[in-house]
Structures are given as C-alpha cells and as structure tokens.
Design a protein around this ligand. Structure first.
Ligand code: NAD
Length: 492
C-alpha cells in the first residue's frame, strides 16, 4: 500500500501518481512505499493551510482549547508509541529500543507545549495613564513550512508541530524523504485528535523536488527547518524575497573538552557515548575531542579500546549498541572525510572502514573511528562528517582549550570536564555554543531552550522561546477617554 499525502483534511495520491520506496539502512529491504508530491500538490497544501488560517477556524480557539488538542495528541502518541517506534527504526535503521526512547521524548515534547499553552495570557503594561489600557497579546504567526531531517525524524518534527498547534498556526509538514513513516503516523493522530480541516498538511518527497514552494511561496509566513548548513543557506536566500520569519536548526561541530583534573573514567565513558551514539548521526555529537596534553595518552588509549568494542547491528539485534549510517551516499561521504584527514596528517587509531562482518554486508555499517593528531585546519575537524568519527586535538592551557573550542563556524553545543568548579564555569561561559554540558554530555529537556550560536542556526526550539517562534506579538493601546491630540493647529 502506498502511504499518501494529507492535504486539506484528505489523504490523497500525488497528482501524477508518483511514489518512491523507502529502504532500510540495515539491509536495504523496502520498508515502505510513499507518494512523492508534485509542485501542484505542494501548492494545494499551501492553499489549504493559508485558507484555514485566514478563515479563523483554528485561530479562534483559545490557547486552552489548543493546549487540550495537543495534550490529546500526546495521549494518542502514547497509545501508538511502539507502532510508530517500529516505523522509525525501519526507516532509520536505529535500534528499536532507541526509537522507543525517541518516542518518549516526542510525547514529552507535546506535553511540554500543552502545559505551556495553558500559561499563555499575554500581559498588560502600566503606561502610567489611568485612561489607557495597554495590552501585549500573542497571536498565531500564520502559515508555517515545517521541514525535518532523517536522524531523529519524529522528534525534530515534534519540536515544530507541537508549538505550531498551541500557537494556532496552520502548517505543512515535510519530513525527510528517507524517513517519512513516523510523520505520516503523526498526521493520522492529529486528524484523529480533531484538528480543523486544512490546519495540518503533509507533503512527501525530496527537498530538491518539493522544497521550492515551501520556502518561496509568499503565502508562507515562517519556515522552520532542521537540517544541514547548505540547505539552511538555500532556505535563507529563498526566504529573503518575502522576508519570511525563519527558525533554523542546523549542524554542529561540538567541542568536548577534558581537563587533566576531570573524573577521567566518567569523562572517557561520556566521550565514547558523545561521539558514537547513533553512529555519530547527531547534530550535537561530541565528535571533536579536545584533551589536556598530560592525559592525552591515557584518555585516547582507553577511548580507542572502547570504540573497538562497540557492537554494531540492526533494529532487532539485542546485542547491538548502535546501528548503520542512513544511506550509501552518506557512508561514502563519511569515509571520504576520514581518508582526507589521514592524507592531511591525522593518525587513524581505530575504525576507518566499513564493517566487514557478513551480517552487515547489505547495510551501511561504518566502524567507530578515532583520528589522533588532528588540527583545526582539517576539514574533518571543521565540517560535520555526521558519522562515527572522533577527532582528537590537545591543549596546554585553559585559554587554548577555549580558543580551540570556539574555532568553528558552528555553535550548537559543547562539553567541559573538570572537577574545578570555577574553571568549568569559566570555560562554560566562554564557549560560544547554544548548550554547554559541564561534567556531562548530551542530555536535553523540553523545558530548556535548544538552538545554535553562529552558523548553527537562528532562533530556539523547546523551552518557552520554542513557542514564541510561532507567535506574533501585538501591542493594543486603548484610550478609554478619547480627546483631541492637539498636535497640529486647526486655525490660521
Ligand atoms: P538536509 O539539509 O539534507 O535535509 C533536511 C530536510 O530538508 C529534508 O527534509 C530535505 O528533504 C529538505 N530539503 C533539502 N533541500 C531542500 C530545499 N531546497 N528546500 C526545502 N527543503 C529541502 O539534512 P539531513 O541530511 O536530512 O539532516 C542532517 C543535518 O541535520 C545535519 O547537518 C544535522 O546537524 C542537522 N540537524 C540539526 C539539528 C539541530 O537541532 N540543530 C537536529 C537534527 C539534525
């Protein structure tokens, strides 16, 4: 059965009947066949979103009513969590248990925004005049294009859909063409929960085919995008024509700094997780290890030993600790980064090639890789390989650690390990990244803002700001005792 588009409250085929297969990165079997939208389908979806928004069918709901809808979606997601996790592990190749963790995070996201909506009342401003009422009200921003990546498919979409619904926006969701199934399941749930017709629309297909209207069309007010830097730049250029609002969550090249006075055992264990979780296909992966020279040998020797022990495997392999890369082209890209780094002078200590196990022959399995003797100039250090590739640099002083940690065009996240609380706080403050972990790496919570400094993006998701991205702010000044302004003379 072909999974279809969802436009203006109806499930329908692409207008030219187009469809494509989705393959498992684990063994290349076809896990789904989905419609591929045409340009006219995308225009229909934008029309539906625009008309539903302008009709007031959803904007007339109170924040409390929209919060209740979002809470109901969370309940339905909970009901279907394992079914959706299965689809997500089919599409991504990640272990089923990891997909289950991701679904729990998706549900927590919907619950967070449902609760936040209940607190949304705008505010009054005291302008010091008894006859004036001054109110700041928050209104839905309009029509939003919500475009997601393949690494955490439903989670990244949830960070956009949940606040968009609470705010009262109408929207078009476009998941990655590589991982569309969980977004399709979410749209069915939004329909079941009772969102008005035309508010939520789903477009499927590659960005190169279906993306242009989503980012160009003057009827779209906001583009909220999570994905790579290059696509983010394309979107920013396209959005300039009509001055669309932008929320961009782009890549990261995240420094992970270990001082000699750290809890070394915990730091090493977290460094392994930071770099190799989900085979490095994480925007906040700690793939750039920056270690104090005096502990370099001890730390790197142990990380290399641990990396060599990591068990790769498919969605249902209970012994597996991480899975395959998303696609053949991504695997080729990751290996090119490693080969180039070695050519530039890095020392390959472990990994650096595809898994040679027979059970991985049909999948895109790349071994956890550690590159030592790296320098800031290397492309593997500066650019996202988005694979299981840790680069190692050394420092001698605190200032040098900070300088290396900030020597990147990105600014998404970073970590610092030290048992000297004052030093750790100084470094955390000096690093120009949107999230800093001290003596930890990786946790996030829906109540805390997430987003990037510098070229890692614009705006913030989650927290309270994550709702603000979908709201316009209006000041309403009411004069309760009107009188003449008296500014201009009304006589000769
Ligand atoms: P990508 O940029 O290739 O694609 C992301 C989405 O954009 C996909 O749905 C794709 O179809 C669509 N797209 C591509 N070209 C488009 C165009 N011209 N117009 C409109 N849409 C277009 O990214 P990816 O490979 O799917 O995801 C990996 C990237 O996402 C990494 O760089 C990673 O760091 C980033 N990411 C960032 C965060 C964050 O929170 N900052 C989270 C997850 C992933």
């Amino acid at each position: 059965m072909v999974a279809t588009l969802y436009i203006n409250g109806a499930w329908r085929q692409a207008s030219d009947g187009g469809a494509h297969d989705v393959h498992s990165p684990h063994d290349q079997r076809v896990v789904a066949r989905v419609c591929q939208a045409t340009n006219s389908d995308v225009l229909d979806a934008i029309s539906a979103a625009r008309e539903s928004f302008d009709s007031g069918v959803f904007t007339s709901w109170s924040f409390n009513e929209r919060s209740a809808l979002v809470a109901k979606i969370a309940d339905l997601l909970e009901r279907d969590a394992d079914l959706i996790a299965r689809k997500e592990s089919d599409d991504t190749g990640k272990r089923f248990i990891e997909a289950q963790y991701d679904l729990a995070d998706v549900i927590a996201t919907f619950r967070h925004f449902a609760a936040l909506g209940l607190k949304e009342h705008g505010r009054s401003v005291d302008v010091g005049l008894a006859h004036i009422t001054s109110r700041i009200v928050h209104e839905p921003l309009g029509v939003a294009s919500l475009i997601g990546p393949w690494n955490y498919p439903l989670l990244q979409i949830a960070w956009k859909v949940a606040p968009a619904l609470v705010a009262g926006c109408s929207f078009i969701v476009k998941p990655s063409e590589l991982t569309p199934q969980s977004a399709i399941a979410l749209m069915k749930i939004i329909e079941e929960a009772g969102a008005p017709q035309g508010v939520a629309n789903l477009i499927l297909g590659p960005g190169s085919v279906v993306g242009a209207p989503l980012i160009n069309d003057p009827r779209v007010d906001l583009v909220s995008f999570t994905g790579g830097l290059t696509t983010g730049q394309t979107i920013m250029r396209a959005a300039a024509t009509t001055i669309k609002k932008l929320a961009l969550e782009l890549g990261g090249k995240n420094p992970h700094i270990i001082f000699a006075d750290a809890d070394i055992d915990a730091a090493i264990d977290n460094a392994v997780t930071a770099a190799f979780l989900h085979s490095g296909q994480v925007c906040s992966a700690g793939t750039r290890l920056i270690v104090e020279r005096s502990i370099h040998d001890q730390v790197v020797t142990e990380i290399v030993r641990r990396a060599g022990l990591i068990t790769l495997g498919g969605p249902d392999d209970v012994m597996a600790e991480t899975g395959p890369l998303i696609s053949k082209s991504h695997l080729i890209n990751v290996s090119l980064y490693v080969d180039k780094a070695v050519a530039e002078g890095a020392t390959l200590l472990v990994g650096g090639k595809r898994s040679e196990l027979s059970e991985h022959a049909d999948g895109w399995y790349y071994l956890p890789t550690v590159l030592d003797n790296c320098t800031s100039e290397m492309s593997c250090v500066q650019e996202e390989s988005f694979g299981p590739v840790m680069t190692v640099e050394v420092f001698d002083t605190e200032a040098e650690a900070i300088a290396i940690g900030n020597d990147t065009v990105f600014g998404l996240s970073g970590g610092v390990w030290s048992q000297d609380a004052k030093k750790a706080a100084r470094v955390a403050s000096a690093l120009r990244h949107g999230t800093i972990w001290v003596n930890d790496f990786g946790p996030y919570r829906p109540a805390a803002e997430w987003g990037g400094y510098k070229q890692s993006g614009i705006g913030r998701e989650l927290g309270e700001h994550g709702l603000g991205e979908y709201l316009e702010i209006k000041h309403i000044w009411t004069n309760n005792a009107p009188s003449r302004s008296g500014w201009f003379r009304d006589h000769e």
